[in-house]
Design a protein around this ligand. Structure first.
Ligand code: NAP
Ligand code: MG
Length: 500
């Protein structure tokens, strides 16, 4: 079902959009690209161009890295941890105060429901900044006894310090643009690093607004720089820049591999949060409504554009038709339409390219002999919508089972016993996340160590938190974000050994 609506935007968002060309933030300057080139930003629900932003090149990246370096070696580098904490807490307040503006802008450029922009892009971001602010005052090393035999009278004292890794390049995708920007910026700020952030080409607007708010909160210029542009030009220039000490990347496995290889040329530190094809393992004691409701949040939320999306479902043979039938009923019930409309459940995909990609996958499934039970097409001629889709009669040879679709598409398969279930769940190049659904706690606990994934949820899916380490096994990445784990890769460990 499709619902359309006209939207009245807050005056502040209109002001933001009325500027004919947005500039980007380098040091304390709002600047165009040196080349003068720009790129368009499109509202995916209406296909209208809503803004254009600088298309940064190598020379702009050079300036941004220089601004970040000079800030690291200047006043920012000399701040006490408590001063960084206070600035971050002020930033969290400013982001919360301007939350409606951020949420509207995010829904406009990305297409996620306004309600979720408020909850995820704003509230979770505010909580995340506050959480990371707390770590600024708790960065610590260790002390060691050392073991070599020593001449009479010589003793040693050894300890480690954790020091900021330096200038960070944060490169983020378009699925949760504001939250992802904060996930890169906040640990950098907490650990005393500086950062150059490159948002995705489709969704640069909330990152630019965040840049405004960072200056408003009182951060010294150059601590955070926002450079807009394309991955192949601005992004690649950042990754190979010798002035970058660490790359924090979230995006596809394909680009992640290139970035990892490029970073290693300069021994640039790198953390990679990549794609997934996360399995949903349903045991035979689960109610059909329970799992169907779970798939709304675990897959269809954000039009399936979640790296952790539970996109492969395995249900017991005997209950397969019942469970998948119920999921199809729920999928069919979901209303598509303007993400500003409170009666709508599913907004558009982010871009025409993404819509074509998702529809292409569904078509390839059909060609391979799979059956589309529900959905499978675009419901309107305007806007990049794809219906929530459930596909059966699939097997592990098919592209739709092996590759990340990044849209509202579920492939469902039956299993015979728990060994079959585990074999199928692990038969993937990815290892980002998984969920197990079951009432018998002993059976659930037995499965957990056998699943190869960085995060496993039980009786839920897609729950992320600042305090829970997050990252992938296998092709889903390198390193862990969030929690104490994040601090390790935004700092270097320095060992000190003193003879006395
Ligand atoms: P993408 O194409 O890999 O792009 C991600 C970012 O990298 C964008 O800013 C992109 O710029 C930039 N980029 C592209 N090529 C580059 C290069 N050669 N050098 C440096 N930067 C480059 O991914 P996407 O399509 O935006 O996002 C979807 C993917 O992200 C999915 O695979 C999803 O699973 C993954 N993801 C993972 C997580 C996680 O935490 N594990 C979270 C969310 C999303 P452009 O915008 O100009 O292309
Ligand atoms: Mg891209």
């Amino acid at each position: 079902m499709f619902v359309g609506t006209d939207v009245e935007l807050p005056a502040t968002v209109k002001r933001f959009l009325d500027e004919p060309t947005r500039t980007m933030l380098i040091g304390d300057e709002w600047t165009a690209a040196q080349s003068g080139r720009t790129l368009d930003v499109t509202d995916p629900a209406t296909e209208r161009v809503i803004a254009n932003v600088p298309d940064a090149g190598e020379e702009d990246v050079d300036r941004a890295v220089a601004a970040a370096r000079s800030s690291l070696e200047g006043s920012w580098g000399r701040l006490m941890p408590v001063e960084r904490q206070d600035l971050m807490l002020r930033l969290a307040d400013v982001v919360a105060d301007r939350g409606e503006e951020i949420a509207h802008l995010e829904t406009l450029e990305q297409g996620k429901l306004l309600e979720f922009s408020r909850l995820v892009e704003v509230d979770m971001a505010v909580d995340y900044i506050r959480y990371m602010a707390g770590w600024a005052t708790k960065i610590e090393g260790s002390t060691f006894e050392i073991s070599p035999r020593q001449p009479e009278g010589v003793r040693y004292h050894a300890f480690t310090r954790r020091e900021p890794v330096g200038v960070v390049a944060g490169i983020v995708p378009w699925n949760f643009p504001h939250l992802m920007a904060v996930w890169k910026i906040a640990p950098a700020l907490a650990t005393g690093c500086t950062i150059v952030l490159k948002p995705a080409e489709e969704t640069p607007l909330t990152a630019l607004l965040l840049g405004e708010l960072i200056l408003e909160a009182g951060f010294p210029p150059g601590v955070v720089n926002i450079v807009t542009g394309y991955g192949e030009s601005a992004g690649a220039a950042l990754v190979r820049h010798p002035g970058i000490d660490k790359v924090a990347f979230t995006g596809s496995t394909e680009v992640g591999k290139q970035i990892g290889a490029e970073a290693m040329r300069n021994m640039t530190r790198v953390s990679l949060e990549l794609g997934g094809k996360s399995p949903v393992l349903v045991l035979d004691d689960v109610g059909a409504d329970f799992i169907a409701g779970g798939m709304v949040g675990g897959l269809f939320f954000n039009s399936g554009q979640q790296c952790v999306a539970g996109s492969r479902l395995y249900a017991p043979h005997a209950r397969f038709d019942e469970m998948v039938g119920r999921i199809a009923d729920y999928a069919d019930f979901l209303k598509l339409g303007s993400p500003f409309d409170p009666n709508v459940h599913i907004g558009p995909l982010v871009s025409k390219a993404q819509q074509d990609r998702v529809l292409g996958y569904i078509e390839s499934g059909r060609e391979d002999g799979a059956e589309v039970v529900v959905g499978g097409k675009s419901p309107s001629s305007t806007g990049f919508f794809v219906e929530p889709t459930v596909i059966v009669d699939t097997d592990h040879e098919m592209k739709i089972v092996r590759e990340e679709i990044f849209g509202p598409v579920l492939v469902a398969m039956p299993y015979s016993d728990l060994d079959d279930l585990i074999t199928k769940a692990n038969d993937t190049d990815y290892g980002l996340a998984a969920s197990v659904w079951g009432q018998n706690i002993s059976r659930v606990l037995e499965l957990l160590p056998r699943i190869k994934a960085g995060t496993i949820w039980v009786n839920t899916h897609s729950v992320l938190d600042a305090n829970m380490p997050f990252g992938g096994f296998k092709m889903s990445g390198v390193g862990r974000e969030h929690g104490r784990a994040a601090l390790d890769h935004y700092t270097e460990s320095k060992t000190v050994c003193i003879a006395y």
